[in-house]
Design a protein around this ligand. Sequence first.
Ligand SMILES: NC(=O)c1ccc[n+]([C@@H]2O[C@H](COP(=O)([O-])OP(=O)(O)OC[C@H]3O[C@@H](n4cnc5c(N)ncnc54)[C@H](OP(=O)(O)O)[C@@H]3O)[C@@H](O)[C@H]2O)c1
Length: 268
Amino acid sequence: MKISGSTILITGASGGIGGAIARQLAQRGATLILVNRDSTRLEAFAAELATSGGKVTALAGDLALPGEPARLARDAIEQAGTIDIVINCAGVQNFGFFAEESAADTATLFNVNTIAPIALVNALLPHMLERGKGQIVNLGSIFGSIGFPCFASYSASKFALRGFSEALRRELAGTGVGVTYVAPRFTKTAFNRSVVTRMADALKMNQDEPESVAASVIATIERDGQESYLGWPEKLFVRINSILPRLVDPSLVKQVDLMRPFATETTR
Ligand SMILES: NC(=O)c1ccc[n+]([C@@H]2O[C@H](COP(=O)([O-])OP(=O)(O)OC[C@H]3O[C@@H](n4cnc5c(N)ncnc54)[C@H](OP(=O)(O)O)[C@@H]3O)[C@@H](O)[C@H]2O)c1
């Protein structure tokens, strides 16, 4: 879908990847509705983006709370009139041994990463179908295709989002509303706490800058792409894991020993 002239709602808008996406969209002439929790940060960011000439609205809300995604969708439609594209970028991460993870942390993670994007799409979809036009963009992860140790609930939340995206894309075929799933690999943002970054360095994980991830997300939207896995060789590993997961098991099991000191550090 064309970016210039489109009205785009983006969650996680003041985060590392979301912020970079919002900045590039503003430069390309999109009208933006920015969503995240911290209203002070959001207002300041909206004011900064508005200086590049586009119309920018800040809508603060906690996506983990029941009813909030629907409320945000209603407010966004009321304020902007139309929503052409929704980008579900807000996300949280749990890292460590799953036995040590609290039920509350697991619930929050699923609420933000999985339930909220689904609820937001559910609330916006009638509006898009009525217009016969729309693009739903879900930010997943390479870990949403490769179940990664020490990220069990995070991986599961992104597997679910990928499944939702695939099913909905098939359901909406021919309606004018498209679904795009983009899966970044490790990206240098505050999303990864210091211990996760040190672990990624120790495992020699490839790391991207948020600006390059944002450019890939926008390029995928512009070509109405269905799925995009960012990074080489990660996109190859995704394929291998989907066809021959038992082949991948030993190397990831071996990684657990390398991850142990970091995982123990977070759960101590
Ligand atoms: N960074 C990576 O290595 C990486 C790799 C693969 C995929 N991803 C995915 O890319 C997306 C963006 O990641 P990022 O690196 O940009 O993360 P980030 O820098 O930590 O930003 C996360 C954003 O989500 C918002 N958010 C968190 N909880 C929220 C809630 N309950 N309600 C509303 N907003 C909430 C945060 O704002 P507030 O705190 O103000 O609410 C922030 O704007 C996520 O979906 C993530 O899973 C990231």
